[in-house]
Design a protein around this ligand. Structure first.
Ligand SMILES: Cc1cc2nc3c(=O)[nH]c(=O)nc-3n(C[C@H](O)[C@H](O)[C@H](O)COP(=O)(O)O)c2cc1C
Length: 197
């Protein structure tokens, strides 16, 4: 746990940050190639992620950095489970998203049940952690992709990932470098999603 020593800085207008947040776009995970974050970058990215807000200081999540070797082994072990998915060919194909990227962090939601902080809020915090890790990757000059895929829900796959009782995979944050910038995707019109009351 970090010490509570010095006051933090107040926000200041930051055009570069505004520009980043206005144009940020996920990468297709299977297109992420090297270079990925160095060990030093990864430490900084993880620290940024661990600053994520949560109600009650429960820190209701944990992170697993899945090495390339571990992901290759998982990809192999998941192959037979892919055959039982509704679309086995697609289920096998998407395993490339797990194995191709240089760096992958698995975000696991670990809510404390029976606590006065609702589980929903604790799970929201896991999602915020996933997003913060993505932002941290981009801030270090890498592209990132937050995905789940079928193996985040298949009970047998969860065993392979070491997911315990009451835990859920909030997502895999894949990080690396894209050869070409991604295309924009449709974004909602504020008039359709925002009301002022
Ligand atoms: C919780 C979550 C789960 C996702 N799971 C998948 C997935 O299983 N497969 C996939 O191709 N994309 C998945 N995505 C990525 C989205 O399909 C989409 O690429 C992404 O939200 C684009 O966001 P952006 O353009 O604003 O970065 C997921 C995204 C989120 C937030």
């Amino acid at each position: 746990m970090t010490e509570l020593a010095a006051p933090l800085a107040l926000p200041r207008r930051d055009p570069a940050l505004i520009d980043y947040l206005s144009t940020r776009r996920s990468a297709p995970a299977q297109a992420l190639a090297g270079p990925g974050p160095s060990d030093e970058d990864l430490q900084a990215i993880l620290r940024i992620g661990l600053r994520t807000p949560d109600h009650g200081k429960l820190f209701p999540w944990r992170l697993v950095v899945l090495s390339a070797d571990t992901r290759a082994a998982l990809g192999h072990a998941l192959q037979p489970l892919a055959d039982d998915q509704p679309d086995p060919n697609k289920a096998r194909a998407v395993l490339a998203k797990l194995t191709a990227p240089p760096v992958t962090i698995m975000v696991v939601s670990t809510p404390v049940r029976g606590h006065k902080v609702p589980v929903w809020e604790q799970e929201l915090s896991a999602g915020a952690l996933a997003m913060n890790l993505s932002h941290a990757a981009f801030a270090h000059g890498f592209s990132a992709s937050w995905i789940t895929d079928w193996y985040a829900y298949d009970p047998r796959a969860l065993g392979l990932f070491g997911i315990g009782e009451g835990e859920r995979i909030a997502g895999f944050i894949h990080m690396g470098t894209l050869e070409c910038p991604p295309m924009e995707r449709p974004r909602p019109d504020p008039a359709d999603k925002v009301v002022r009351r």
